[in-house]
Design a protein around this ligand. Structure first.
Ligand code: DQA
Length: 146
């Protein structure tokens, strides 16, 4: 059983990127954390990070029928990532949107996510730990946490 862990632009430099906002964990740390969280259920993680929306759209297409859920941090594509949004609209399994920062406590332009209305759940503002909760949520929705 596989899940998709999708991270948008600028998330590959986590750890160095505005750590006062995004924390000190690297993307590798986060991927390892998600892998660890789902390993007990025998699940595998397909981790994709890209700066380009096209690659993320392709990753969603590839995962459409081969995964049981997804964790998506669209990063800045939350603001105008309409192609990613439409790809996720055609992604049948449940998925959880994660933002490290509390987007509602930040600039006005981050207050609306174009992808969030399609998500099964939404987690923001608790840093890297949000990815762990998102992983637990997917296990829970699949009944694999019992
Ligand atoms: C982010 C929030 C976005 O507004 C921003 O563009 C990011 C990171 C977060 O995880 O807090 O790149 O998605």
């Amino acid at each position: 059983t596989d899940i998709l862990l999708l991270n948008g632009p600028n998330l590959g430099i986590l750890g160095e990127r505005e750590p006062e906002i995004y924390g000190h964990d690297t993307l590798d740390d986060i991927v390892a954390m998600v892998r660890e969280e789902v390993a007990a259920a025998g699940w595998q993680v397909i981790a994709v990070q890209d700066e380009s929306e096209a690659e993320l759209v392709r990753a969603v297409h590839r995962a459409r029928h081969s995964t049981v859920g997804a964790i998506v941090n669209p990063a800045a594509l939350m603001m105008a990532g309409w192609s990613l949004r439409d790809a996720l609209a055609s992604y049948p399994p449940p998925w959880v949107e994660v933002h490290l920062s509390n987007i509602y406590a930040r600039e006005q332009f981050r207050h609306e996510s174009v992808t969030a209305p399609l998500a099964s759940g939404f987690i923001a503002g608790i840093g890297a730990y949000g990815y762990r909760l998102a992983a637990r949520t997917l296990l829970h929705l699949a009944g694999a946490d019992r």
